[in-house]
Design a protein around this ligand. Structure first.
Ligand code: GMT
Length: 381
């Protein structure tokens, strides 16, 4: 198949899923064309079968707000025509599904079929999409898509209820490549690698996100401050975004900054995750929680909040621990309890990896997407 993929190329879960899917599809022999305003950050240009098409956006002075969605629609139609695409797969409804709808109509007027699949990821439904200025058009584009998938059952229900969507939505959960996201096989090698952050064999906690308010990064620092009162530990923070400076200030104010490693955006998170004992994900909301899945594949359980689609991923007490939002004392007690009970932590680490491999592996989910594309293509136009 020849598939066009559009996503936000910046640091965010939907872009990661779209990019990883494109890489897997190309590895399976499909031709994948990414169409976006810049190259998705996990796409390094080395993969055979993957092409990238930049969307140029005019900055003519009359446009106080450059019309990206229109430029994207034009580029989608062009790329589809010049490369004979079978279908488009857009990640994040706003504005990608609207642009795809326009591209489909443009090509239909020339007698060419270009169906599109929309994958809903989270804030496109739960936050941004509910804004009245976007709601009617998002609702329309979802309803008019040739196929719609959602990354969790939670998000599917939210879309049906909050947007009054009546069309079918298939749940295809997020996935991880369990050969790329792997734990260390040799404990001595792991111990040596951990010295990068923990010179004296201390515990290592990790957090990975885009540091947006919904991630509650300040809570990560507050939980860590409680943990280090009881257990010697280091905290590795991967990512960047609006709340980074607040987190850095707090780390200094609490006098624990020397134990906290702000790494910023990192390309190869698969090399950092396996160094940790636990991940912290105290988010206000997560429709899925991809970072936690990537950690689980590396044998790192997550201490998370019981929100959105997280319970579909993390089995409380088995593959991680779940707490109410802002329950900082309870979260810290959970972390301390696990760090002080190494055999319980080891059991949980094994269970986390097993769940990633048996329920969320790329080898299972990518064929589901391919099957879904085929069903869309086989439907009458
Ligand atoms: O979490 C973000 O702010 C980024 C956002 C996105 O769409 O880029 O992530 C959403 O999609 C991810 C991939 O499907 C999910 O793992 C995240 O849970 C979801 N974020 C939220 O629901 C807040």
């Amino acid at each position: 198949m020849r598939i066009g993929i559009t996503c936000y190329p910046t640091y965010g879960g939907s872009g990661v899923v779209a990019t990883e899917l494109g890489i897997e599809l190309a590895a399976a022999g499909h031709e994948v064309h990414f169409i976006s305003y810049s190259q998705p950050f996990r796409l390094n240009g080395r993969n055979e079968g993957i092409f990238y098409h930049e969307v140029p956006v005019s900055n003519y002075p009359l446009f106080e707000f450059p019309p990206y969605d229109l430029a994207l629609a034009s580029r989608m139609a062009e790329v589809a025509e010049f490369n004979d695409l079978d279908l488009l797969h857009v990640h994040y409804a706003i504005p990608h599904s609207v642009s795809a709808l326009l591209a489909r109509q443009m090509l239909a007027s020339r007698g060419r079929r270009l169906p599109f699949v929309t994958t809903l990821h989270g804030t496109d439904i739960t936050l941004v999409g509910l804004d009245r200025s976007y709601l009617p058009i998002t609702q329309y584009a979802i309803q008019e898509s040739d196929g719609v998938t959602s990354i969790s059952s939670y998000l599917k229900s939210k879309t049906v209820v909050d947007f009054g969507i009546t069309r079918e939505i298939d749940v295809i959960p997020n996935f991880v490549n369990c050969d790329v996201y792997t734990p260390f096989t040799d404990e001595a090698v792991r111990a040596e690698a951990r010295r990068r952050f923990a010179k004296n064999g201390e515990a290592i906690l990790i957090h990975l996100s885009n540091f947006r308010p919904v991630k509650r990064v300040v809570d990560v620092v507050k939980v860590f401050a409680r943990v280090v009162r009881e257990v010697p530990a280091q905290l590795v923070l991967v990512g960047d975004g609006p709340d980074r400076s607040a987190a850095e200030w707090l780390a200094h104010e609490l006098g624990i900054h020397e134990r906290i490693h702000f790494l910023g955006k990192q390309e190869r998170v698969n090399e950092l995750l396996p160094l940790a004992d636990l991940m912290l994900m105290p988010s206000e909301l997560e429709s899925f929680g991809l970072a936690a899945l990537e950690a689980m594949a590396c044998k790192v359980p997550t201490i998370a909040t019981r929100v959105g689609g997280v319970p579909e991923l993390i089995d409380d007490g088995v593959t991680g621990l779940l707490f109410p939002v802002a329950a900082l004392d309870a979260m810290a007690a959970g972390v301390i309890g696990l760090l002080q009970d190494r055999s319980r932590l080891e059991t949980m680490r094994d269970a986390a990896r097993k769940t990633a491999r048996t329920r969320f592996c790329a080898t299972m989910m990518v064929p589901r997407y391919v099957g879904y594309y085929e069903s869309v293509l086989n439907r009458p136009a």
